[in-house]
Design a protein around this ligand. Structure first.
Ligand SMILES: [Zn+2]
Length: 418
């Protein structure tokens, strides 16, 4: 029997609005808190939770950026001759994404989404490492670097396994008392919400399943650890998409041309532009200002959101739509989906949630990167109480930065994420 098990269960897209009127987990995690999310998609929310830092610091923001010199996709350009009826199909894109990921030795989540092959050699992909591994951040350390350097034995979900399979693995780890910390990542609710929207009866059903799984895990954990510090949390919520915006057609109706005059990535809720001349900057800026469904984000606001990049690596101009609007077609998808996230963090459905059995969550835990502080605090506490490790040195960021970026194992993601 060990003293303490910190159990961090991350349910993707299980936002505050979804839980507000649902008794989810009240029996075993009665203390609830609404958390601010981070501006961006899961590609930035997950790394922010895992590192305790913001996009401007860790630089894991949006997936695709204009960077023709460093584009690893040059060989895919020849696929531009294939008919769109094939190349725009999800099944073809998924198959090709898997192939490209292995070929390019990408270790994180990878999807070609709907980037046209005609332009793919203009872009680089920014998540080449897995944030769920030590050394997995674009910049700085994450929780797994912290645990490794302090020799705290831990469990982390493997994204190549299903939620159920991961539950079996963590249950076995708990039963063996091998670990002093567990990080469980369940992404399926996100995919379900994208498909069915936030009002479907499928959602309470999925929440009941998660409750049952957590209860089962807790009953095993109680036999092996005196105290379980349980935290169930999310990265963002999900808004139904009731309005479609064909931004691409509006931009392509202008005189200026993609590749010659500008480059753009159409994410599903934002469009990010790079300009090669003033004509493009003016025409596109004027066009965007006429579109009532969204607005250009000023630098001051991006700075406030801690997603401003002085080198404009992720785009010179960021256009963001209002909650409920979906840019379609986009480089993320050819066809509409029922619900989406990645709106302004101040929009109603953007907020995340934290549920716990610990009454003493500090007042300064207000946004999803703050979960990192709970993780390090409880991991330290478990290590000290469980007596599993020898006395260590005090952790510092500079110490971890020197830890470097070790080669990590193969981790192709089976579950789609956006
Ligand atoms: Zn998503």
């Amino acid at each position: 029997m060990k003293a303490i098990l910190p159990l961090f269960i991350f349910i993707d897209a299980c936002g505050w609005e979804l839980l507000k009127h649902d008794p989810f987990a009240r029996d075993f995690a009665p203390y609830r808190k609404r958390l601010d999310s981070v501006f961006g998609y899961s590609s930035t929310c997950v790394p922010s939770i895992l590192s305790g830092r913001w996009p401007e610091e860790h630089r894991n923001w949006c997936y695709f950026v204009y960077d023709p010199e460093n584009s690893p996709f040059k060989s895919l350009r020849r696929l531009r001759w294939l008919p769109a009826a094939i190349t725009s199909r999800r099944i073809f894109r998924r198959w090709l994404s898997k192939f490209v990921k292995v070929h390019l030795k990408f270790r994180g989540y990878f999807d070609l989404y709907n980037i046209p092959f005609k332009h793919i050699s203009l872009f680089d992909f920014t998540e080449k490492k897995s944030p769920l591994k030590p050394g997995g951040m674009n910049r700085g350390p994450n929780i797994f670097d912290f645990l490794e350097i302090r020799e705290i034995p831990y469990h982390v979900s493997d994204p190549t396994k299903s939620e159920w399979e991961n539950l079996q693995v963590v249950t076995a780890d708990v039963r063996s008392e091998r670990i002093d910390f567990a990080f469980i990542y369940w992404p399926a609710l996100d995919g379900l919400l994208h498909r069915v929207g936030n009002q479907s009866p499928a959602l309470p059903a999925k929440l009941r399943q998660y409750e049952q799984w957590i209860s089962q895990l807790l009953s095993v954990a109680r036999q092996h650890y005196e105290e379980i510090h349980l935290y169930v949390f999310s990265d963002h919520g999900m808004a139904n998409c009731d309005e479609l915006l064909d931004l691409k057609s509006s931009i392509e109706a202008l005189e200026v041309r993609m590749k010659q005059d500008y480059a753009v990535v159409y994410d599903s809720t934002m469009a990010r532009f790079w300009f090669f001349n003033d004509r493009a900057r003016c025409q596109i800026g004027d066009c965007l200002r006429q579109i009532p469904q969204g607005r250009i984000l000023p630098d001051a606001e991006l700075k406030q959101l801690r997603a401003f990049f002085p080198d404009r690596y992720f785009g010179e101009l960021i256009f963001l739509v209002k909650e409920g609007v979906l840019i379609v077609p986009s480089h993320m998808g050819e066809r509409p989906i029922r619900a989406m996230h990645g709106y302004h963090p101040g929009e109603k459905h953007s907020y995340a949630a934290l549920l716990t059995n610990r009454p003493e969550v500090p007042d300064d835990i207000v946004a999803i990167p703050d979960i990192f502080r709970l993780m390090t605090r409880d991991a330290e506490l478990a290590r000290a109480s469980n007596g599993a490790c020898q006395a260590g040195t005090k952790w510092s960021v500079s110490e971890l930065e020197r830890f470097g970026t070790p080669e990590v194992g193969k981790a192709p993601a089976k579950l789609a994420r956006s």
